[in-house]
Design a protein around this ligand. Sequence first.
Ligand SMILES: N[C@@H](CCC(=O)N[C@@H](CS)C(=O)NCC(=O)O)C(=O)O
Length: 208
Amino acid sequence: MSAQVRIFGTVTSTYTRIVQIACEEAGLTHETIATAARSPANRHPFGKVPVVEIDGLELIESVAIAHYIDNAHNDGALQPDDPASLAVSDKWIALANNYLFPLFENGLVMPWIMHRIGGFPLDTEAIDRALPQISLTLGYVEAQLADDGAWTTAGFTLADVFLYPVLRGLQLTPQGEMGIAQCDHLSAWLSRCEKRPSIAATRWESEP
Ligand SMILES: N[C@@H](CCC(=O)N[C@@H](CS)C(=O)NCC(=O)O)C(=O)O
């Protein structure tokens, strides 16, 4: 039987995994069709992945895709009912997409992927430039978690679905691993997430 959701994207990708986790949470079968962002096969108008086929629709943009999956197939279970909690969850999704992902991706994740997989020399200049801001950002996230629990107080929500792959990608780099190890609340949240079936089922092949 064919999968209910077809995800066209890079196999080891933050945003592909976000959609995979949303599918797992909703109990939808899914398959990922390896599609490079900058390939003619990619149908995203701005050259990003993933592009998703579901229910006869072609969807782009992970925020729209994850909300569609949760609303159409999971009774909105990953979105808090209370408007104030929903605003907190939405805020963290926005922080993950607008600030955390670009900072981590350009400053550590891509330099290490280009080095480990592409065989290029490690771009230590890019890393050195980004490290102070990454450190400040981890400090902010940790302080928010310590202060009032940040997004975690509403249970497992779409905020966790977005934040986990973003922060796990960072943790898989040597400097990211060291930085996160110094953040007790953040480390504990990552460990809790790892026990969630949707997260365990979507592990990247590159994860130890
Ligand atoms: N706004 C997009 C962002 C997706 C995104 O940045 N995907 C990354 C892979 S994780 C990508 O396509 N990178 C390739 C590139 O920027 O050239 C979404 O939410 O779906």
